[in-house]
Design a binder for this molecule. Structure first.
Ligand code: ZN
Ligand code: ZN
Ligand code: ZN
Length: 258
């Protein structure tokens, strides 16, 4: 069966352009240099699912004209990945169903703090309606027969989930990946992986680390995401990449098999 993954956002936590910045990248007129916060849409089996709901979730849903959403799968609890959760309400109202949310136990605790009103015993009318499932580092189903395999990576010291669905793997906010987890990625046709910038960073792959990782797990095609304005423009970086590696950009769609 064929699924489609759409890059909703490809920018790091501040997005690109950065507020108040007049650098070459932030002033670029290339649409691909307008990067909202990192997230992807998975269209599979006739339903839409998102990985993360960052601060740009609402504008991403409007931009891609998303009419229906079945679930939200969280990678980790940093604000650039969870800040948009309140905006699932239009889907709750329109579709008259609760949103399936998949998160690790640690992410669940963060959601309870940040969105206490969603999980209150006595709910204020109109708050988001969430059906929360706890995921661990083992395969889970988001629809009948549709399996997702988590891949646990380290973001400095914080465990973050990447996800493999069929022959596509999506990993954001990684700095270290164990040999055991790398095995789960091998054989992917497409790998989407974070690459913040050229200079090293404490909690994110830089370009060299991302390229070395791509070389090691050897997908047919790879796309870089979670991009900082310090990296360069889309066109500049694209020229330097090996022929099977590309920059992701907001709105890019990729077909995959499952
Ligand atoms: Zn800038
Ligand atoms: Zn993060
Ligand atoms: Zn992030």
């Amino acid at each position: 069966m064929q699924g489609k993954l759409t890059i909703l956002g490809s920018g790091t936590s501040q997005g690109v352009p950065v507020i108040g910045c007049d650098c070459r990248v932030c002033s670029s007129s290339d649409k691909r240099d307008k990067r909202t916060r990192t997230s992807v849409l998975i269209h599979i089996n006739g339903e839409n699912h998102v990985i993360d709901t960052g601060p740009d979730f609402r504008t991403q849903m409007l931009r891609e004209n998303i009419q229906s959403l079945k679930s939200v799968i969280f990678t980790h609890e940093h604000k650039d990945h969870i800040a948009g959760l309140d905006d699932i309400r239009p889907f709750n109202f329109k579709e008259k169903r609760s949103m399936n949310v998949y998160a690790s136990d640690r992410v669940r605790e963060a959601l309870l703090r940040e969105y206490h009103y969603i999980f209150a015993d006595k709910k204020y009318p109109g708050v988001p309606n969430v059906n929360l499932s706890i995921i661990e580092n083992e395969k889970f189903e988001i629809d009948t027969g549709i399996e997702i395999e988590p891949i646990e990576v380290l973001h400095y010291k914080l465990p973050v989930f990447g996800f493999r669905i069929g022959d596509i793997t999506y990993i954001t906010d990684a700095k270290t990946i164990s040999e055991e987890e790398k095995e789960k990625i091998k054989g992917s046709n497409i790998l989407i992986i974070n690459a913040l910038r050229r200079e090293p960073h404490m909690s994110h792959f830089n370009l060299d680390e991302a390229l070395a990782f791509i070389h090691e797990v050897n997908p047919n095609h790879a796309y870089l995401t979670h991009i900082s304005h310090l990296f360069g423009t889309h066109t500049e970086i694209e020229k330097e990449l090996p022929s099977h590696v590309h920059m992701a950009y907001d709105g890019l769609s990729l077909d995959f098999k499952y």
